[in-house]
Design a protein. Structure first.
Length: 159
């Protein structure tokens, strides 16, 4: 199983190389999609980390805290210089890198706000939020079974 920070660093490097480093906001949404698609395709999580149903869509608090520790906000850009020293692409297994690349190809062109809107329309986020007002704070974790089932359904629709 991969470490969420290795996946985050991989995404940052790939996006920075492409000339479009992500915001902390967008990075969290991409990590959510990596986890969801891994659950659906490989029937296992990519990493042992959960997402909370924040107002701005799914957020992993460890990744959020890692990148906001220097007086940065959710919308701050993270780039190659923010990657942990010693990170290497081979920190991820080949099968995991391929899945992350597929997610990046499918979702990387969207803005953080677009991804936020997409994730907030998906069952795991909706269920975790329950009947909370749209702007209410929420630290309820998203149900990975709902994530898996949702992305499996999307996969079957494509087939």
């Amino acid at each position: 199983m991969a470490d969420i920070n290795d996946v985050a660093d991989y995404l940052i490097v790939k996006m920075d190389e492409g000339g479009a480093p992500p915001s902390i906001h967008k990075l969290n949404k991409l990590l959510y999609y990596v986890q969801g698609w891994c659950l659906a395709v490989h029937d296992r999580p990519m990493f042992d980390a959960r997402f909370q149903a924040w107002v701005h869509g799914p957020i992993n608090t460890d990744v959020f805290d890692r990148f906001t520790a220097w007086d940065r906000c959710l919308y701050s850009i993270v780039a190659r210089e923010d990657v942990r020293e010693g990170f290497a692409f081979d920190a991820l297994a080949d099968v995991d890198r391929r899945l992350v690349d597929d997610v990046l190809e499918s979702y990387g062109m969207y803005s953080g706000t677009d991804l936020q809107d997409m994730t907030r329309a998906e069952p795991a986020w909706i269920k975790a939020r329950g009947k909370l007002p749209r702007a209410a704070r929420c630290d309820v974790e998203l149900d990975e079974t709902l994530m898996r089932d949702y992305f499996r359904g999307r996969r079957e629709q494509r087939a």
